[in-house]
Ligand binder design. Sequence first.
Ligand code: ADP
Ligand code: TRP
Length: 320
Amino acid sequence: MRILSGIQPSGKLHLGNYFGMMRPAIRLQERGQAFIFIANYHALTTSSDGSMLREYTHDVALDFLACGLDPERSVFFRQSDVPEVTELTWLLSTVTPMGLLERCHAYKDKVARGITASHALFAYPVLMAADILAYQSNLVPVGRDQKQHVEVTRDLAIKFNNLFGEVFTIPEPEIQHEVAVVPGVDGQKMSKSYDNHVELFGNEKEARKRIMRIVTDSTPMEEPKDPEKCNVFALYRLFADETQRQEMIDRYQAGGYGYGQAKKALFELMHETLAPLRARREELAADPGYVESVLKAGAEKARAEAAETLQAARRAMGLE
Ligand code: ADP
Ligand code: TRP
């Protein structure tokens, strides 16, 4: 089974990215061959600073490797090292109805937030479809916000196969229900665009400050509390094992346990969980050539696959 996932290098990664996408993608390494890439072509739809893009790309690669992506087992690469996907995007655009793209939430949300819509932003799901289809992926683990894009991909693949013959594998999205949406410190979806995020490997003082600011209700300290309605618990449970989770539920329900204490417990558990990953990240960062060599080796393998799919699509469409 081929598993594929991509992430945009559009900033420092946060807990929403980690639990919603990175950790599930890394865990999927156990189930099949994972292709994981850094979607820098996609990031161009919202970035116009070359040196920042280069830096974020490097940082995201380090984050993934530190969090357990194993480059021996998985194919890890930079999207732009496989330019075949841009040609495949063009081929797929010819079977993409305008209406399908006009209905995409991600595009509509960005326009609503005041981002000027370029053609690339509008056509972004077609590039994403090319990413997925180029590697004949079976399974695409994504956060809930990306599910619609995988559905667009399925529609395009089915349509293409009907018109030109069986070229593409039809992929399935896989949403991690337990962590479908990681809340930010204000209780909305965690996102760097809302500035309600907690960075994965950011400054720990800043992380503590943000955690202490998590919005809670005004239930007095001595009263029992409902963990299911609490943003602090929603983050705590992501880090906790079964026992820790149950103990926290008991504390909430017993009363006499304040939100301030819960926030401290969350910060400590987060620190404890991430400390070894942070150390590993520093180790990897000390060897400046390492990340580049991993990405280059990954690109070589990815490119061979993408070239084969592209050729099949070109033949089917009458270009060769
Ligand atoms: P942001 O909203 O901070 O810009 P992105 O949209 O770049 O984050 O998301 C990158 C990946 O991380 C996507 O796969 C997305 O589904 C996942 N992700 C981002 N934020 C969350 C969240 N709050 N909960 C779950 N998954 C998330
Ligand atoms: N659009 C995704 C995001 O913003 C990133 C992405 C690009 C992707 N191509 C992909 C994710 C292919 C999964 C599969 O998060």
